[in-house]
Write a protein that binds this ligand. Sequence first.
Ligand SMILES: [Zn+2]
Length: 449
Amino acid sequence: MAGHRFFKTALTRVGVLSLVLALAFVFGPGTSAEVNGGLAPVYNGILISWDGVQRDHLRELLEAGQLPNLQALIDEGTIVEIDVTHKTDTKAGHAQMLTGYGPEVTGVYSNAVYRSIPKGYTIFERLENALGEDNIATVMITGKAGNLGSKGPEWAGPGRPGGANRWKPGWNGPVATARLRDRLEKSGISQAEIQERLEKVFGDDKVGRAIVGFIMKAPARLRETLLVARKRGIYELRAKDRAGDYSERRTENGAKEKQTRNQATQAAGPGLVSAEGLKDILRRTQAEPFYNAKPAIDLFEGDMSRTADEVGNLALASLDRYGSGRFFAFFHFSDPDHAGHRYGENSSEYSKAIITVDEWLGRVVAKLKELGIYERTRIYVTSDHGMDEGKTSHAMAPHVFLATNDPGIKRRGDQRDIVPTILSQMGIDLSKITPALPGRLLTQPERAW
Ligand SMILES: [Zn+2]
């Protein structure tokens, strides 16, 4: 009986007045408007990100009755359209979704151009700081490495010798993690076949074999970095270098420039053939977005690729662990994005991935009910970006959504509105937050200006 435990704690800690307030929101009217109307704020918040879910596709699935758990949430609250007004990718989307700031404040412009979000700016830190760290537990469970990652010091530090001009802070290794792992590890192909495919990519000469040998043995993160190095033109540079007197190289902004064979060889350096060189590349890359936030988050389960089942089970365990107190949790499901990239927006696989994460939403709700804390928990489901119509990309995919059991949500808005809305619903005084949050409350009527 979680309800009884909750009573006792409230009674012994803060006395009768608090008990009355607690009663008001545990047993009081179920609508957020009344709960938030001066009695007490939203007690627990759960923000769920379904990575890469296109609004129109979601609408079709909802209308076809294929997302019963999201529909149940909407029946209690609402669903509104959310637009994204920055680069539509994972890093930029989650940086804004979890801070309320745009890239000009967070420094997270895209998967490729970013830095660690300044200390104190994430919703986790805002809640911990405003409520007191003993008064709320914060949880962050993610399904992707890198883009929502927290890797820091050992990765950071520009200006190291040997090509630091190429490896400026601002892009990072694990950019291609998800697709890569999908392709190589989760497709059920054998180690021998992976090796064969890699040899086709890197070449069957001495250098190529050394790279493939390293990839097959290297820890996952080094492997990711290698393949990103290749994606960024570093490997192409070597290959072309061998083929002629000069080669093309890609600069940081993607422009191609010609350089001499010597320059090319120097720039490529030992990075692709020796473990030491690879480690040096890793050290030179920028700290990941949640590097500064991680120490403030009570339970951080990130920095690796996870399936919906893995994220979901961790999510349920976190509710078991923190559900008796007050908490804010962020659960990130990467599966729709992976399916979209692999099979396309119009594929049945993409639909299936969204249905899978909807099933996990259902299990989260069931867990909250089992713990007796559903009534005091608001769930917000959104996406970092959409998916290009009929394509395997999300280059221009700003159309997402916010679905919730919080009936206080009244209108459509911008991704930057989500954080101030949740903070406000949870009783945080936004006027004390600096820099000022640019978003507007989704609980307030839309302003024409
Ligand atoms: Zn993606």
